[in-house]
Design a protein around this ligand. Structure first.
Ligand code: ADP
Ligand code: MG
Length: 249
C-alpha cells in the first residue's frame, strides 16, 4: 500500500478536493483506495457522506492503541473507495495525544496502518497546520504532495513548509519522499503565468506540469456530495485531475 499525504500549511488550497479526486481517479484505474480524513472540519468525510458523531473515527485510531483499525473503516458509495472518517472530536485529539506521554506520539498513524494490506493506495488529507496530527500523517506516508493556490501570498511560507517536510524526514521518517507541488484553481491570467514561472524556478523538477484549472463544477460537486471526477467526468477540473493522476502515479 502506497501512502500519500496531501499537505499544505494553508487552508483553502484544494487539499481536500485533490485528495478526493486523485482517489477517484485511482479507483477508476481499478486501484483499491483508502482515504483518511485528518482534518477536524471533516470536509472529505462529508463529501463521501460518511460524517457521524457516533461512529469510530480517526481520533480513535490516534488515541487507542488496541483498536482494530478495520472497525473504523467505512465503505463509500464508490466500489474501490473506503474512508477513515473524522468528526469534530478531532479538534480535541491533538491535545489528548500531547498529554499522553505513555507512548510515542508521532508514529501512531503509521503503526495503525501497518496492519492494513488490502489497499493499493492510502491518501491522507491533512489539516492546514503543522501540528502533531500532521506530523502523524507525514510519519505514516511514503510520499507527500503539496497543492498550491496562486494568490499574492502563494510563495510565502513555502520554503518553511518544504524545510519542515525535510525535518520530519530526517527526524522520524527516512522513507518520506517529497514528490512535488501542483497548482490548483489555476486561471489563464498574467499573474498566474508569472507566479507559475517563479514556482518552476524555485522548485525545478518538484513542480508538476499539470495544473488544476479553476472550475465552478468543483464547487457544484461539493453540493452534490460527490467528487467532480465522478459527478461530471467532462468538467475541465475532472480532466485535469485525470492528467495529474497520470503524471504523478
Ligand atoms: N479547481 C477548483 N475550481 C474551483 N473551486 C475549487 C477548485 N478546487 C477546490 N475548489 C474549492 O475551493 C475551496 C477550498 O478547497 P478545499 O479542497 O476544501 O481546500 P483545503 O482542503 O486545502 O482547505 C472549496 O470550496 C472547493 O470546492
Ligand atoms: Mg480541507
Amino acid at each position: 500500500m502506497k501512502k500519500v499525504a496531501i499537505f499544505n500549511i494553508k487552508g483553502g488550497v484544494a487539499k481536500t478536493t485533490s485528495t478526493a479526486n486523485l482517489g477517484a481517479c485511482l479507483s477508476e484505474k481499478n486501484k483499491k483506495v483508502l482515504l483518511i480524513d485528518l482534518d477536524a472540519q471533516s470536509n472529505l468525510t462529508k463529501l463521501f457522506k460518511a460524517y457521524s458523531m457516533d461512529d469510530l473515527t480517526i481520533s480513535d485510531v490516534l488515541l487507542n492503541k488496541d483498536l482494530d483499525i478495520n472497525t473504523v473503516i467505512k465503505k463509500t458509495d464508490f466500489e474501490n473507495i473506503d474512508i477513515i472518517p473524522s468528526n469534530l472530536k478531532l479538534a480535541f485529539t491533538e491535545k489528548k495525544i500531547l498529554l499522553d506521554v505513555s507512548r510515542s506520539q508521532q508514529n501512531r498513524l503509521s503503526k495503525a496502518l501497518e496492519k492494513l494490506n488490502e489497499y493499493d493506495y492510502c491518501l491522507i488529507d491533512c489539516p492546514p497546520s503543522l501540528n502533531m496530527i500532521t506530523i502523524n500523517a507525514l510519519c505514516a506516508s511514503d510520499e507527500v504532495f503539496v497543492p498550491i493556490k496562486i494568490d499574492k501570498f502563494a510563495l510565502d511560507g513555502l520554503e518553511y513548509l518544504l524545510d519542515s517536510i525535510e525535518e520530519i524526514k530526517d527526524e522520524f521518517n527516512p522513507n518520506l519522499n517529497f514528490r512535488g507541488c501542483f497548482v490548483t484553481m489555476d486561471t489563464a491570467t498574467t499573474v498566474n503565468k508569472i507566479i507559475k514561472k517563479e514556482l518552476k524556478q524555485l522548485l525545478a523538477n518538484k513542480m508538476f506540469n499539470t495544473t488544476i484549472n479553476q472550475n465552478v463544477k468543483v464547487i457544484e460537486s461539493t453540493f452534490e456530495e460527490c467528487p467532480v471526477v465522478f459527478s461530471n467526468k467532462k468538467a475541465r477540473a475532472s480532466v485535469d485531475y485525470k492528467n495529474l493522476c497520470k503524471e504523478v502515479f
